[in-house]
Each structure stands twice: as C-alpha cells, then as structure tokens.
Write a protein that binds this ligand. Structure first.
Ligand SMILES: [Zn+2]
Ligand SMILES: [Zn+2]
Length: 803
C-alpha cells in the first residue's frame, strides 16, 4: 500500500473534477434546485486568510451532500472587487486599480482551487466587470425613477484617512471601520437611498425567513422601531418646534426643551439671543465631534441655553428654557426633544448639571429611586392634570387623543434607521449614471447607454477637499442632456462598495445574460437562496442593504420572492494561536498556502470544521491541524485491514447506522465538530476490531467526503463502485438499527417494588439512577422524603432508600 500522499492526490482530483465539470449547475434540470451561498470575497492584496475557508468549507459540505442527495446544486463564487484597499494600493504604487484587482483575483482563484471547493466556476462574477456593473447601474436608475434615490446636503461621517463619507454602519467606536482613522462630521452633498421607506417591511418579513435569532435581533435593533408622538411646543417668539417622544404621558413633567445644535430653528433664533457667541461656539465644537462621541462616549452632558427665548409647555402653559446639546441628533426624530428629568437618565444628568426643575409625574413604578431618576413604564400618573390616577398604559393614548384634538400633536412611529449614504468621492466604484442639466436637473443616462464605464485617468487621488478623482476627467464629464440636448455634466461621485454586493446572488442565477440582470426563468427556478452563510459583522450592512434592494426589485416585478435568502447562518471567527484577532500587525496571521503545503487541503478543511462550535470564535492551533492530518492518515491506513465483504459486519452494523444518522443530521445543523468526532470514533472501532469490511469502508468514505473530498475520492476510486464519489448517492440508514435494545427495570423504595421503567440496555449507571428517580410513581412517593442512598444494579433494579 502507498503512503498517504496528499500532494499528488489533491492535484489529481481537482483536475478530474474540472474535466468532468461535475460541479456545474444547469438552469434546466429535472432535479430539484438547491442554492447554497457564501459571501463572495473582497480580493485583497493579502490573499486568502484562514478565516475564509471556515464558511466556504461549511457550505461546501452542504453543497456536496445535497448533490449526493440528488439535488441540482448551485454553489457559486465571485468577487466583490470595487473598494478602498485596492484603490489606496493603486494610488500608493501608481498602478491602475483594474490591474491590481486582476492580480489579486488570480491569487484568490489559485488558493480557492487549492482548497478543493465545489464551486461552479462557470458562473464566476466580478462586480468591477462592466457587464456586471451595467446592472448595478440599472438598479440604481430604477431606484432613482421611483424617487428612492435623492441628493441632499447633510452632515456626514467623514473619514480623515480615507477622505470619504462613511455610513453609520461603517463607523465603529468612533473611528473608520476600514482604516482606523478619526471620523469627523462634515456637510456634503450626497446621494442617498431611501432604505427608511422599507424599515417596517424589513422588520415584518423577518417572520417569514429562517435566520438565526442573533441576526434577526440585530437587524430589529438596528432598525430601531419605536411608537411615540410628535408634540408641538410654541416658543415665546411665536415660532413652533416639534419634538418626538416615546413617552407623551410624561408631558406634564417636561421642564425644558433640547434642540440639536444643527436644528434649523437655532440659526433663526441667533440674532435674538443674549449669548449668541457662546451658542455659536458650542455649535462649531459640536460639528467637530462624530456621532459616536456625541451619543455614546459623552458621559458628561454639555449644552448651551438659548438665552432670550423660552418654550411653552403645551399642557401646563408654563414657560420652560430651551437648550442646544450635542447628544440630540438632527437626523433622529425631529432633532428636538422635550426633557423629563424625573424619568430619563440623560435628562436627569443634564438637569442636575444645569440646575433645572425635576417634577415627578409617574409614581409607584417598580424601581423608584428617590435620589435619581425613575425609569418607569408601569406606575400611576401624578402631577399630571387630566391624567392623574391613570396607569402609564392608559395615559399614553389619552394624551395622544388630547394632542390630536387640540391640533398640537399626533401619534408617530419612528425608526433609528437612516437613509443610506450612497456616494463616494472616489474612483474605484460604479459611476452613478446621472447627468446634471441646468434646465432639467438630474437626468438619468438612457438605459441603452449602460454600462456607463469608468473613464481612464492617470491619478486616482481624491482632491484635497474630497472631490472625486473623476472630477479631473473633463472629457468624460462634459456631455449633453439626454432630455433637452443642452449642455450637461456627469455626476462624478461613484457608488459605495455595498452596491455590487446588494444583488450579486441574483447574477449567479444567470451570469452571462446581456438582456436582463437574470432571466425570469432563472430567477423563478433558483429563488430564493436556500442557505446563506456569512459574517455577523455584515448583519446591519450588507445583509440589510441586500434585503432592501431585493424588496425594491420585488416591488417593480423583477424578482419573484419578497426575501432574497430563506436561511441565514453565521460563523465564528478564527483567531490567532494567541487567541487574538489575526492581523499583520500582531504577527499571528496563518497563511493557507503554508498549511496546505505542509498538511494538505483535506487536513486544513477537516481542522477548520473540527476546531470548535461553528458559531463561536476559536483560536487556530497547529497541534489541532496535525491531529486532523493524523486522522486522515488513519482513514488511509485502514486499507491494510480491509476485508473483501460488501456487507456491514454484524458487530459494527449498529455503529455504522448510528454514524450515518448522526453525521447526516449534524451537517444540517452545522455541528461539524461532532460529526467529525463521530467519524473518528467509528475509525477507532475499526482499529479496535482489527478489520473493516469494504461495505463499512465505503460508508465511512462517503460520510467523510464533503469534509475531505480529495482523499475520499482517491479511496473511492480503489474501492467504490461508481465513477465519482462526488456524484454517488448519500447513504441511508435503517432507523431500527440505530435504536438501542430496551429492557425493563424494577424500581424499589426501601426494598419494595413500586414502579417499572423501560430503558436502553446500555444505559449508564448515572442515567439509570436519574430515570428511576424521575419515574412518575416514584416522584410522588419521594415528595417530602429524604433520599439516603440509591443502590443501582444495572440490567436488574434500582433501590432507593429513603427516610
Ligand atoms: Zn478610513
Ligand atoms: Zn436638459
């Protein structure tokens, strides 16, 4: 017998699979379709990271198993290739980002092929390919035509490093998610997509999909729906401001009003203020802070009173002061709040600092604290006029009808979710297909002229003030208006990286179509994606954005389903050996090329699945990898004790059937580590016995194939009965052969038989004792008695001694 030579075997089978074209999915088939999807990678200059194969192997296991179960499986791959790291690299090294991208993709392709994933390479897509981004632009135009894309000047998060505007999702702990630079606020004119219009549906339709709870909860919290009311406060100047509150029942306790420093009323009031200079300074200081600093970091509340103007509490008629404070954001609600310091911690802190009155209006809540605010949603209204004596629950609707009757307020649902900042002043993105005409305003490029390709330019740096590098391409910019034929200029902003990934799963269904983003037939056949696995970090970005685009495409009749993905799961990260996140600067990055060279792709795949619970982060361990390599070697060496029988041996029949059941089930539940442990224990059984039948060996190889496809194909070629293991039928098990034999056991109390229980013949002493104590009649007898000891005679009886 030859030694286990993974280098030879892995190359051989990768070539054979390619020649047999066995992972190609046809759009027409009698088989049932199954669509498994992983998040397509961003082809960075660093190449694949050992974290990538964790998700890819997991769904490769599923894809391979489904093929063996007779499905027509679509398991595609592509490149999310626009984006900043490539562009920054291109700027630094003076190479066109197109060339950098091509080189990176070649490297990624080599690495993915080296790992033996069963991707359908004929469906490869690349978001930077004009044939692809033609349709990204087309979708944008449909959004524009429906009024869901608009340009607006607004304060944006500005990364001082990347020189681009960032969405809230891209600002993590106050710094840029990508480069770690400081993020400040700037006013910029930006294209926005109205994702807020879909906020309610993005929550409601989560009921119809099978997403893990963590994902659902994060999306719901991110969208942040709240029910409340808008209430009008008149100012002593006669102006009116509207506040949003979720607790209009506490209106009698509102002792001051706070506006966001950016609120339009502030500018209007400035000339009337006695302390205009102080207020102006406060506004300019606030503008320098990021939203995170303003809302999350600031424990110590700051603010400035608008001295010279008061608001009138609409229910008490009392004059109350007006402040500006940076913890109130202009983009949330109405940009103005009423403060009820007795019942809100932030308002309490602020009132203490500025020595403002605190009036309790809810009494008897669950956690009333006399020395601090009380956060009560239960309790009885006090000091509240016509609400006195009502519960909070009853007071809210009563106050709303009062406000509506008087015409000074109304019920209002609010969302934390903001519209999506959809432009970047950078080169390496999809051009926004609009032109600006003095006469006609923003006009779409005719669809027949798509794709609107990126012009060739020499330098890719953004301008100092953040102008797009495209602003330099004057020949490209100056054009004619498609509407009136007059002079017009092209938009120089490009789309953000999230554009191309918002619909790529649709392109996979029909990647070479030039008439549509995909044919109706293909969309009907493959939709929705059956199973999508990806990182938790994409839950509030990519996953939410693509659900939004999909719903829009559904509304305009392009796609047949309301939701893009039927099932969504997430994997944990693979950390460095030291338990820290892998990164170049920490020096703990493991290169897949090196470990595959040392132990083989099959061992790396097996280890990535065996490393720990799939949804948990786990540190890399070379020792663990070596262990998995040893396991595969043991599988290989079983050939030496092979007996020619096609059947299962009598003594191991049960173990084999149990293994089929357990492994089949575990793969579905992403419990890869326990599936592999089951196979390891089966291999141990064969070694203990000193022999394995051909029938048993085949089952083992088949069950292991999705995890370690190369070694198992090689063994199948020697001992199997069809051409390719990848196309063989998944094994069935006989349920009756997985059930342990059962026996009846007598349960005694103080030596007298009181009950009988039926248990597995091989039950452990501990389980038997518990089963006896939990028997119905025994439980009744044990009430109020003390168990002195339990005598267990496995296979015979249990005697419980009580007093
Ligand atoms: Zn940055
Ligand atoms: Zn025009």
């Amino acid at each position: 017998m030859d030694k286990y030579n993974f280098k030879e075997i892995e190359k051989k089978w990768q070539k054979k699979w390619e020649e047999a074209n066995c992972f190609h999915a046809e759009n027409k088939s009698d088989k049932e379709p199954y669509y498994a999807l992983i998040e397509f990678p961003y082809p960075s200059g660093q190449g694949l990271h050992v974290g990538h194969p964790r998700s890819y192997t997991a769904l490769d296991i599923l894809a391979r198993k489904r093929r063996m179960q007779g499905y027509n499986v679509l398991y595609p791959i592509g490149w999310d290739a626009f984006g900043l790291p490539t562009e920054n690299y291109a700027i630094k090294n003076k190479i066109h980002p197109k060339i950098v991208t091509k080189k990176n993709i070649e490297n990624f392709t080599r690495q993915l092929k080296m790992l033996g994933f069963s991707f359908d390479w004929q469906r490869e897509v690349n978001t930077t390919d004009p044939d692809y981004y033609k349709w990204t632009q087309w979708i944008f135009l449909q959004l524009f035509k429906k009024g869901l894309a608009y340009k607006q000047e607004m304060p944006i998060n500005w990364c001082t490093g990347c020189k681009v505007g960032l969405s809230n999702e891209e600002v993590v702990n106050g710094v840029c998610e990508r480069c770690g630079s400081e993020v400040v606020q700037r006013r910029k004119s930006q294209w926005m997509l109205k994702i807020t219009e879909y906020a309610q549906r993005l929550i409601d339709d989560l009921d119809e999909v099978d997403f893990i709870d963590r994902v659902k909860t994060q999306q719901i919290n991110w969208i942040g729906r709240s029910e409340g009311a808008e209430v009008q406060f008149e100012l002593t100047t006669g102006d009116k401001i509207t506040v949003y509150t979720t607790r209009c029942d506490t209106l009698f306790g509102a002792t001051y009003v706070v506006l966001s420093p950016e609120h339009s009323m502030v500018e209007k009031l400035l000339p009337l203020l006695k302390n205009a200079d102080e207020v102006k300074k406060y506004i300019s200081d606030a503008a320098k802070k990021s939203e995170f600093e303003r809302t999350e970091l600031a424990k110590d509340k700051t603010g400035a009173r608008l001295d010279g103007v008061n608001a009138i509490n609409p229910v008490t008629g009392r004059e109350i002061p007006v402040f500006i404070s940076d913890y109130v954001l202009v983009t949330y609600g109405t940009g103005a709040i009423m403060a009820v310091p007795a019942h809100d911690s932030r308002d309490w802190d602020f009132a203490k600092k500025f020595d403002l009155p605190i009036i309790e209006v809810v009494a008897g809540g669950e956690d009333v604290q006399k020395e601090a605010y009380t956060d009560v949603s239960s309790g009885i209204m006090v000091n509240s006029g016509f609400l006195n004596g009502l519960s909070v629950k009853d007071a809210i609707p009563k106050m709303i009808s009062y406000l509506e009757e008087k015409g000074i307020g109304k019920k209002k649902v609010n969302f934390k979710l903001r519209d999506w900042v959809f432009s970047r002043q950078r080169y390496w993105g999809e051009p926004i297909p609009l032109v600006y005409c003095e006469k006609c305003g923003w006009v779409p490029v005719p669809e027949s002229e798509l794709p609107l390709e990126l012009p060739e330019i020499d330098t890719f740096e953004p301008g100092e003030n953040g102008e797009s590098p495209l602003a330099k391409a004057t020949d490209w910019i100056n054009t004619t208006c498609p509407h009136c034929g007059g002079k017009a200029v092209r938009e120089t902003d490009t789309m953000p990286q999230w554009a191309g990934s918002s619909w790529y799963y649709l392109r996979y269904m029909d990647p070479h179509n030039s008439e549509a983003l995909a044919s109706k037939e293909a969309l009907n056949y493959w939709s929705p994606v059956d199973w999508y696995n990806g990182g938790m970090e994409h839950t509030t970005l990519h996953l939410l954005y693509s659900r939004f685009w999909h719903k829009f495409l559904y509304d305009i009749g392009v796609v047949p389903t309301k939701e893009p993905y039927q099932k969504r799961t997430s994997h944990g990260m693979i950390l460095g050996e030291n338990g820290e996140k892998m990164s170049k600067s920490r020096g703990n990055v493991v290169n897949p090329d090196e470990v595959v060279d040392m132990y083989g792709a099959d061992a790396v795949r097996t280890f990535e699945m065996f490393i720990g619970a799939f949804d948990q982060s786990t540190p890399w361990s070379e020792k663990g990898l070596k262990g998995c390599y040893k396991f595969l070697e043991r599988v290989w060496n079983l050939q030496e004790m092979l007996d020619d029988s096609e059947e299962l041996s009598q003594d191991l029949e049960k173990s084999v059937h149990k293994a089929i059941m357990k492994v089949s089930d575990d793969y579905e539940k992403m419990k890869y580590n326990t599936a592999i442990a089951t196979l390891m224990s089966l291999v141990n059984d064969f070694y203990k016995k000193g022999s394995v039948t051909k029938g048993e060996y085949r089952v083992l190889i088949t069950l292991l194939n999705p995890v370690a496809p190369h070694i198992t194909e090689e063994l199948w070629e020697k001992y199997g009965d069809t051409e390719l293991l990848a196309l063989t039928k998944w094994p069935d098990y006989d349920k009756s052969k997985t059930v342990d034999e059962e026996i009846e056991i007598a349960v005694q109390i103080n030596g007298k038989i009181k009950d009988k229980i039926t248990v597995s013949k091989d039950i452990s002493r501990e389980d038997l004792e518990n089963a006896a104590k939990n028997a119905e009649k025994i439980q009744e007898i044990l009430v109020g008695k003390e168990v002195v000891k339990v005598i267990c005679v496995p296979g015979k009886l249990v005697n419980i001694v009580v007093k």
